[in-house]
Design a protein around this ligand. Structure first.
Ligand code: IMP
Length: 194
């Protein structure tokens, strides 16, 4: 079975993709190759960060691999926090710090439009491919719900009246940016195996 190294140690992301690709690809994590260092994520865009991570891991291990990067882009903030979503309120900040900063930044702002974006960069047979997933929505003025992580309590996807944190993982994982990008990756990988 073909091996692919996923540049993550996030158990949730790993489980999700291992389930989807079961029987077709063997997905290894950074733990499986004993890589415990931080991967540099110093690029100015989500796409370039995903590519930077995939290239870094590919050069180190010479294995087919992929990496993902995600962020929240708020229209009234010119796309911020974007690539800086994890550290919007500072280097060691909590999800709650980020949410409080976002609520403050959008106070009295009528335009609440935002989108979550994921880019997955795949390097296979020394070729680079990228897959993008986007979910459009809006930012609430107060957090709602307790499930999920990050900006989930503030983000209501278009076509729904609940935040990601209210709807729960089962529904979120069918419509999320990450799910959409992952589906594109899986579809591509399946065509390779045929
Ligand atoms: P990552 O690249 O997947 O690690 O995401 C970077 C940051 O974007 C996270 O730390 C979160 O702040 C935010 N983010 C990404 N995906 C989600 C999501 O599905 N819900 C809420 N926040 C997210």
């Amino acid at each position: 079975m073909k091996k692919l190294l996923f540049a993550t140690n996030n158990k949730h992301k790993l489980d999700e993709i291992q389930q989807i690709t079961a029987g077709k690809f063997e997905i290894l994590s950074l733990n499986d190759v004993n890589f415990m260092e931080e991967i540099p994520e110093t690029s100015p865009t989500i796409e370039e960060n995903a590519i930077q991570k995939a290239r870094f891991i590919h050069e180190r291990f010479l294995l087919d691999c992929f990496a993902d990067d995600s962020g929240l882009e708020v229209e009234a903030l010119n796309g911020a926090p974007g690539v800086y979503s994890a550290r919007y309120a500072g280097e060691q900040c909590s999800y709650q710090d980020n949410n409080s900063k976002l609520i403050g930044a959008l106070q009295n702002q009528a335009n609440r439009k935002a989108r979550f974006r994921t880019v997955i960069a795949l390097i296979i047979d020394n070729q680079l491919f990228t897959f993008e997933g986007v979910v459009e929505g809006k930012i609430e003025s107060q957090p709602h719900g307790v499930e999920g992580f990050g900006y989930d309590p503030l983000f209501v996807p278009d076509g729904f009246d609940q935040t990601f944190a209210q709807m729960g993982a089962a529904l979120k994982n069918t419509i999320s940016h990450r799910a959409l990008a992952t589906t594109k990756l899986i579809t591509f990988l399946s065509t390779l195996e045929d």
